[in-house]
Design a protein around this ligand. Structure first.
Ligand SMILES: *Cc1c(COP(=O)(O)O)cnc(C)c1O
Length: 364
């Protein structure tokens, strides 16, 4: 049996550190906005190279709070990719704004900067690129477009903790960066969690107020806010894992590079542009014979998954509103993509087994 991720092995490798951290968080009884939260936010800001890092209850909340802090409101438009997890678009809708989907680059699966300008209208307020599967989006042209049209740049970094471009971490490139600590993400906790990075004190202050019931001083409420805080116990776990994140990401790259060497002639393997550092949250290939490969893998007790089978503009929730929108690259990629097991603890022997099984499926 080869799973998509192996959180149990990771826990057992870190058990003494994590158990100690969790027990001492419980012993402190400062469960909400306690000392681990403050320390984790400081450590993360330093790691990512951002002035501020503010934790919250999930990656979806991170996007929602960032969008609200950015002043995005009903009637506004926000440009994003159709090939992502639904949360990217949900957060835009929570604020009453409209997602405008721009097609993706067929090699990186990230938003295609060359198509963005045509989608800009007087109502456009922001662009949300997603660093999908751990591959940094092509930020230089996107930054130039944001400068030219005075748009906010909000990075969806839910899949890209530790990914970088030219030495700058994702999450430090735009005005705001949004992270998820969902258990299976590259940096994951043992429940839900999220974080927002930002460069200005004003945005940081607004986000802190929004995540805590619109309150700066206890029982004084200046705006309608939310209950969206990271638990101290989760922050304690994240502080342990943050110490190992570079090693986790380089092990993911080891697995990915071995797959690419073995599978290069069988499927379209992931593209690396040589500028950004891809941290392989997912190892995703393209093939016309997805069903055959997935059936054979499943027969051999090897997990695989389709991230994502339906681009957002074709989801039931959006289909009617976007019926006239055609995004041929996203539609094609969604019909041919599949993701293979990738996790830091995955042995080379297991990578060989997956690759051999795929080759066997393609022969049959
Ligand atoms: C996981 C994910 C989110 C949402 O994060 P949650 O912590 O699950 O709310 C948002 N965007 C992308 C691209 C994701 O992969």
């Amino acid at each position: 049996m080869i799973p998509m991720v192996d959180l149990k092995t990771q826990y057992h490798n870190l058990k003494s550190e994590i158990d100690l951290a969790v027990l001492s968080a419980i012993e402190s009884t400062q469960f909400i906005l306690g000392p681990n939260v403050t320390a984790f936010e400081q450590d993360t800001a330093q790691y990512l190279g951002t002035k501020h890092a503010i934790s919250c209850a999930s990656g979806t909340d991170a996007l929602h709070l960032a969008i609200l802090a950015a002043g995005i409101k009903p009637g506004d438009e926000v440009i994003t990719t159709p090939f992502t997890f639904i949360a990217t678009a949900e957060a835009i809708c929570y604020a009453g704004a409209t997602p405008v989907f721009v097609d993706i680059d067929p090699k990186t699966f990230n938003i295609d900067p060359a198509l963005i300008e045509a989608a800009i209208t007087p109502r456009t307020k922001a662009i949300i690129p997603v660093h999908l599967f751990g591959q940094p989006a092509d930020m230089t042209p996107i930054e130039a477009i944001c400068d030219k049209y005075k748009l906010l740049l909000i990075e969806d970094c839910a899949q890209s903790f530790g990914a970088a471009i030219g030495g700058s971490m994702t999450g430090s490139l735009g005005g705001l960066g949004c992270f998820s600590f969902f258990p299976s993400k590259n940096l994951g906790c043992y429940g839900d969690g999220g974080l927002i990075t930002c460069a200005t004190d004003e945005l940081a202050e607004q986000i802190k107020v929004l995540r805590n019931h619109g309150s700066r001083v206890r029982y004084h409420h200046s705006v309608i806010g939310f209950n969206s805080r990271l638990d101290d116990i989760q922050a304690a776990i994240l502080r342990v894992k943050l110490r190992h994140i570079d090693e986790f990401n380089s092990e993911r790259r080891r697995v990915a590079h071995l797959y690419s060497e073995l599978l290069r002639d069988s499927v379209t393997v992931p593209f690396e542009d040589g500028v950004g550092v891809h941290v392989y949250h997912q190892y995703t290939v393209l093939t016309d014979r997805r069903d055959v490969i997935m059936a054979k893998l499943s027969e051999k007790q090897i997990s695989s998954a389709v991230y994502y089978p339906i681009p957002l503009h074709r989801q039931d929730v959006f289909a009617a509103a976007y019926a006239g929108v055609h995004l041929p690259v996203a539609e094609d990629v969604a019909s041919r993509c599949m993701s293979l097991p990738v996790y830091p603890e995955m042995p080379n022997e297991a990578v060989h087994r997956v690759a051999e099984t795929i080759k066997e499926a393609l022969l049959g």
